[in-house]
Design a protein. Sequence first.
Length: 634
Amino acid sequence: MAKLQELINVSDLTTCEATAQMITKARKDGVELFFDRASNMKACPIGAESACCKHCSMGPCRMNVNSPYDRVGICGATIDTIVARNFGRMVAAGTAAHTDHGMGMLELFRDVINGKNTDFKIQDPMKLLEVAKALDIVTEGRELKEIALDLYAELEKTYTQVDGEIPMMKRVPPKTLESWRKEGIVPRGAMREIMEMMHRTAIGVDQDYENLTKQISRTALADGWGGSMVSTDITDILFGTPSPVEVEVGMGVLKEDKVNIIVHGHEPILLEAMIISAADPELKKMAIEAGAKGINLIGMCCSGLDALSRHGLPHAGNFSSTEAVLVTGAVDAMCVDVQCIKQDLKRVAECYDTPFITTNYRAKIEGALHIQLDEHDPLKCTEEIVIKAITRFKTRGKTIEIPRKTGLGVHGFSYEYINYMLGGSFRGSYKPLNENIINGRIRGVAGVVGCTNPRSKQDFSHVELVKELIRNDVLVLQTGCSQLALAKAGLTGPGAAAMAGPGLAEVCETVGMPPVLGLGSCVDNSRILIAASKMVRTGGLGETIADLPAAGCAPEWMSEKAIAIGQYFVASGVYTIFGHTFPMTKGTKFEKHLFEELETKGFGKWGFADDPLEMARLMIAHIDKKRQALGIDK
Ligand code: XCC
């Protein structure tokens, strides 16, 4: 192990007590974690500002971040072209991840309605009808299967269509859609947009940063209003639309006397299949015969958030804790599918004799055990994993240390439920929320989302930012690893209303809801888009999403997916702040374009701040600016 880690105080790495305890244990055990590598490997200063072009072999060309216009690349590419290209490719990669995930869910939906997959069935036919109606599919007097087949055919266009507009454009507020049409950024189909984005960012193609920005927005919109939205809707249809459920979050959900199985990744099918296998009477019996009190299934990261929202499944924590949880020694198996799976999980798992299993052919890890999950027979894979976990339980070492702390909170707030809870109908207009915003009890709405990052003290900015927002009467909607940070900190329960400002507290106490509403995984950011769309369509808060007193933030982001999400919120009209770092050369025209000019064209804009209180200040100032423009400022 490197020496520097001895110098880094654990309290500088994380505010998650359980993770801190496990970092300390890992150091004693001589096991390196990604926190240690982040401390020992400084970020490349040129790469951090995105001032390096490596799209051809004439380079790589490095620009001068202190004087970005003093040179150009060998082909003549300016700093604006270079940074825009790099940014565009991040958006393409993030969009590809979400849309590939969404397409997988859509294929599962097709197999379920065609009877090719009999392990799952449609759990929410009402949602199926709602989505079908929103897309102008005739529902009256027709069999559910017929409607479902039409819905499949329509939604497939989200990915494969080469011309026209993706189906979900029908759910965008008309004025917002009009502005996209004017700008030429309505997505045709995700595959086409990603392909064109990659083409236009190759050597010698699009060398106009403003023109590139249009394709960047079109690609990102194919994610938020396309791949991600289809994924959320289909997952709700197949596995149920979430409604509030009390859940424990934190490493304390591991049980010393049970077979602990962790599922980590993003696509719901692995965890849904695992839920069936963990409840299998034969396997439960096998676990008890092995001396365990039962099988304890636990989620992590986004697939965990999906199951937490729908089934109240316990959750062990966010991205920065996935290695640390293995250090407990109490994990009897960790199985993973796609996205945010650190390659080093395999080595850390080996250090604690935990079986580590990849299950998706798209995401193997060199040397790791792979048990392919066949979506036509998913239980074959998950049963094998349960058996491996039971076997490991029998031979567990004695050095188990499980941090006690968990946060008990309420999660599972779909956009349908938020409206219902505030006094509206389950699938109707957003009148009650709008009224509370207009009368000033709720000052505005903030989305606080995204990853954790070992270069940023884990959970700190998420928690401090949200505390400041609710203190100022801003209702907070959450997804992803951010939601887990707040859950661990105990801010997702109704008791958190005591920390809210008087107006928001009054609404929360009347309704019995927390001021921090967890909407689920990162693809579920599409729920925030639909909520925003419904607020606009309900009336009283302007005609476009850009008119709403709302703002977004990803304070500790790390993934390209986060950049794609940020860009689709900006293109949809939301002021979106990222923290910690931003892939941008300062003082460039492209920076001005993203951070200032887009707003003047009726979109949202990007913002950056490193300090959570500064993030909150910027978001609240923006919310107040929008309130003033709407004439509802009191
Ligand atoms: Fe990954 Fe989705 Fe980021 Fe968390 S928030 S680190 S992308 S798990 Ni999605």
